[in-house]
Design a protein around this ligand. Sequence first.
Ligand code: RFL
Ligand code: PHB
Length: 394
Amino acid sequence: MRTQVGIIGAGPAGLLLSHLLYLQGIESVIIESRTREEIEGTIRAGVLEQGTVDLMNQMGVGVRMMKEGHFHEGFELRFNGTGHRVNVHELTGGKYVTVYAQHEVIKDLVAARLQAGGQIYFNVGDVSLHDVDTSAPKIRFRPNKDGELQEIACDYIAGCDGFHGPSRPAIPQSVRKEYQKIYPFSWLGVLVEAPPSSHELIYANHEQGFALVSTRSPQIQRLYLQVDAKDHIDNWSDDRIWSELHTRLETKDGFKLIEGPIFQKGIVSMRSFVCDPMQYGRLFLAGDAAHIVPPTGAKGLNLAAADVQVLARGLEAFYKAGKTDILNRYTEICLRRIWKAERFSWFMTTMLHRDMGHTPFERGIQLAELDYVTSSRAASTSLAENYIGLPMEF
Ligand code: RFL
Ligand code: PHB
């Protein structure tokens, strides 16, 4: 089999890239290790930056998002039992915080790819990359996990296979520099059958740890609790989860958290990670394959969308005009924005979580930071512009 761009992974990065290329008349084939049902059912991100929403609309895949998504004008930072609203809409000149679940984005993109005749091989096994430092890179895989080994000869390979995929390790270790921070806490996330407790998202800093109130639909809430990095989901009965959520979200003016049946729960670890370079020969990494942020800044999916816009533009310049200047600067263009998102995600995480290793002095600094970002217009503006997404720069 031959294609112009071989894409490994049908997450947001791989699917967006494939459709962006299609819109420019560039061929691609996606191979994905999980089934369509699995990728369309995995609960992950919820918040889209304005730039991601605009991209989906420009690509013609935003119709359901505009109908079923929730558009918030701000969010709340809660500490010392008091809520402080950050008016993102006003501070950013009219932008919105969009809540639309990642698996809904995936469903929309898979449908668009298949409707346009796009090729996606789901449920593949034994994926490997070959000759990435030559002009004829190849991907090998087994259809349906155990079928006959197949080869895709490509001009370029896009490694969109997430943090644990085979693409990043295909860049020799001697070339790769990796930057990492692991946090001493995780998030316990639950899905609850209940109407929203709040019209907008609430990020709460409490003596007993962080809590987050988000939403999915008029009938489903998404709630998160900070837990210890070594904690196990079996230690968290529904009663214990509700008790902690009530404590951490309590306000002096009597906030009411609406309870309902918990129908899904899981623990997510927190890390910051950057791989430099993101390109080696004809292999380009995009999304979580190249970088990870802790979810507090709601940036991961959005960074994936930004990377593939740069890559699609670089590939378009190559196929339409034989130019490789954007492709040659791919790492530099992407990392400039990524490091700023890494900084913001680290900042939000550090400001909002309780680090049990903190001294009373460090706790004092943390509360002062929260007070500052919610009382100074300059600091709130900085927070809002980062949260809504920094501009793309080429
Ligand atoms: P993905 O989504 O991990 O997709 C990679 C795909 O590659 C496949 N794969 C392979 N395919 C073929 N061969 C192999 N050998 C393969 N190995 C892996 C995988 O099956 C998968 O389908 O990476 P991508 O596309 O880079 O997208 C990144 C985002 O998924 C991620 O950054 C976000 O989910 C992060 N995130 C959030 N991001 C936001 O922008 N806003 C949010 O509000 C937000 N909240 C979150 C989050 C992530 C969370 N978790 C669970 C980590 C909340 C949580 C709780
Ligand atoms: C979510 O709804 O899953 C969500 C919201 C905000 C975040 C992270 C995740 O910062």
